[in-house]
Design a protein around this ligand. Structure first.
Ligand SMILES: [Zn+2]
Length: 480
């Protein structure tokens, strides 16, 4: 029987303590009380802000008083899956077990996202034999369902100017940038009129696309179901008197749409042509996406005869505007050539009681470009006769090529492990984006042990990666 030891033991002991405390997102009372108690028992300055974020400060150990304060940060909440009520997360501890090199939970999420980050902070606070300068350990609330803690944190709560976020999921990778995001929603007027005699009604659909996350997967060259439908409908509108009866396409605002359907009516004489055109179009799309969308399928079915349809002029303006609407990558990063800097996703198009409602999301790691992307999207909507609104969203974190913390983290990793860490950025939101807005000039990096299957009952923690990250962290603390 193979047996893997849980090293560093202090970190795993702290993680075991955390797992006894309920900490479902938005229900963090018990874990807040636990952290307050933990800090006070150690005799350390422990402060909770009005949002529920907890900070525990520990002075430097002897001989390291000259070092600059380092903030260590994790989030205290966890995703609780399964969420069907079969496990009572508000009262039961998470039970863990070891499977080879991995730690898992019995039938639930493990909560190593971000409990293992919390455990490293607690281990440092509890230790009496680890050298370090002054540290501020920050535990934020409700990262997972709204970034509530980071959003509510006031300037001045953290006092350090160097921050290590311990919420990344691949050992050997150091994150230095994330995207900010906004959502832009448009409503097109949808005046209806009676359908003339002699029209046939069809449902046109596309399905089996890969979809994915509108940030992380936007560079994967996948097709957007809404865009595929809009393009075909526009082409057919040029050939015949095609009317739009209904449209229900796409899904969640942060997902690349996998399927969609539009109900159209065409003059009876055009019926065969419509079918032929769709077959030709499907062949084109299959060829265009022969690598990424092998399963794409179009369908044209006769539908119950419609009695009314959108007025042709309004429908045409709307479809042309949706055709011009930018979708996908808009700009690549100036600093990191593989990184998507700015993008937009056409998430859904739905006929509702008040008109045709279109949902899109924009992301960028550069604030001015995020605003420009959203304005560009609104321009296409407004030219098509829609009203469009962009929400406040959340800010991004722009890479600082002169980061001192990154230089130290990189040198340390190289020296300890004999290889270069990967320096990465993500095209999605992190708490660091909010910190960079509230604490201008804050120098940050993000890293952590390897996790797989996060946010699902498959969540697992790679045990050996914890010791590597821990050693890396301790080394950074004495070399900063
Ligand atoms: Zn997390």
């Amino acid at each position: 029987m193979t047996h893997i030891s849980l090293k560093p033991q202090l970190v795993f002991d702290c993680f075991a303590e955390i797992n006894k405390v309920p900490r479902r997102s938005k229900h963090e009372e018990k874990i807040i009380a636990f952290l307050q108690d933990f800090g006070k028992k150690l005799g350390l300055e422990t402060v909770t802000d009005e949002t529920g974020n907890v900070i525990i400060r520990k002075p430097a150990t002897a001989g390291y008083e000259h070092l600059e304060t380092v903030i260590l940060q994790s989030h205290m909440d966890m995703v609780c899956e399964p969420s069907d009520g079969s496990f009572d997360f508000d009262n039961n501890p998470i039970e863990t077990y070891i499977d080879g090199e991995w730690m898992k939970a019995k039938g639930t999420t493990l909560g190593a996202d971000d409990g293992i980050g919390m455990a490293m902070e607690m281990a440092l606070l509890a230790s009496d034999d680890i050298p370090h300068g002054p540290i501020e350990c920050v535990f934020t609330r409700d990262e997972e369902t709204g970034l509530t803690g980071a959003m509510g944190m006031k300037p001045g709560f953290m006092t350090g100017r160097l921050l290590i976020n311990l919420d990344s999921e691949d050992e050997g990778q150091i994150f230095v940038s994330c995207a900010g995001g906004v959502r832009t929603t448009a409503t097109y007027p949808c005046p209806m009129e009676a359908l003339p005699e002699g029209f046939l009604t069809f449902t046109l659909s596309v399905k089996n696309l890969k979809g994915g996350h509108s940030g992380d997967d936007i560079n994967k060259k996948r097709a957007n179901a809404n865009k595929l439908l809009v393009r075909f409908v526009c082409d057919e509108m040029e050939k015949t008197d095609l009317r739009i009866v209904d449209i229900q396409s796409g899904g969640l605002h942060n997902a690349i749409p996998r399927d969609g359907r539009v109900t159209v009516a065409v003059p009876a004489a055009f019926k065969e042509q419509l079918r032929v055109d769709l077959n030709l179009y499907a062949a084109d799309v299959e060829e265009e996406f022969q690598v990424t969308e092998k399963e794409v399928a179009f369908d044209l079915e006769s539908a119950a005869p419609a009695t009314e349809a959108m007025k042709p002029e309004a429908a045409r303006r709307m479809m042309l505007s949706l055709r011009t609407l930018h979708n996908g990558i808009f700009a690549m990063s100036q600093d990191l050539d593989w990184l998507v800097e700015t993008s937009s996703n056409l998430a859904s198009i739905r006929k509702e009681a008040n008109g045709i409602v279109v949902t899109t999301s924009q992301r960028s790691s550069v604030k001015s470009n995020l605003l420009n992307m959203a304005a560009t999207v609104r321009a296409a909507f407004e030219l098509g006769g829609a009203t469009a609104v962009t929400n406040e969203g959340y800010p991004g974190w722009k890479m600082n090529p002169n980061s001192r913390l990154l230089a130290v983290a990189r040198e340390s990793y190289q020296r300890l492990f004999g290889e270069e860490p990967k320096i990465l950025a993500i095209h999605a939101g992190l708490e660091c984006g909010l910190f960079s807005e509230k604490y201008p000039g804050l120098d940050m990096v993000s890293f952590g042990p390897t996790l797989r299957g996060v946010h699902s009952p498959e969540e697992r923690l790679h045990i050996p990666s914890v010791e590597k990250v821990w050693n890396h962290l301790l080394d950074i603390l004495i070399h900063i």
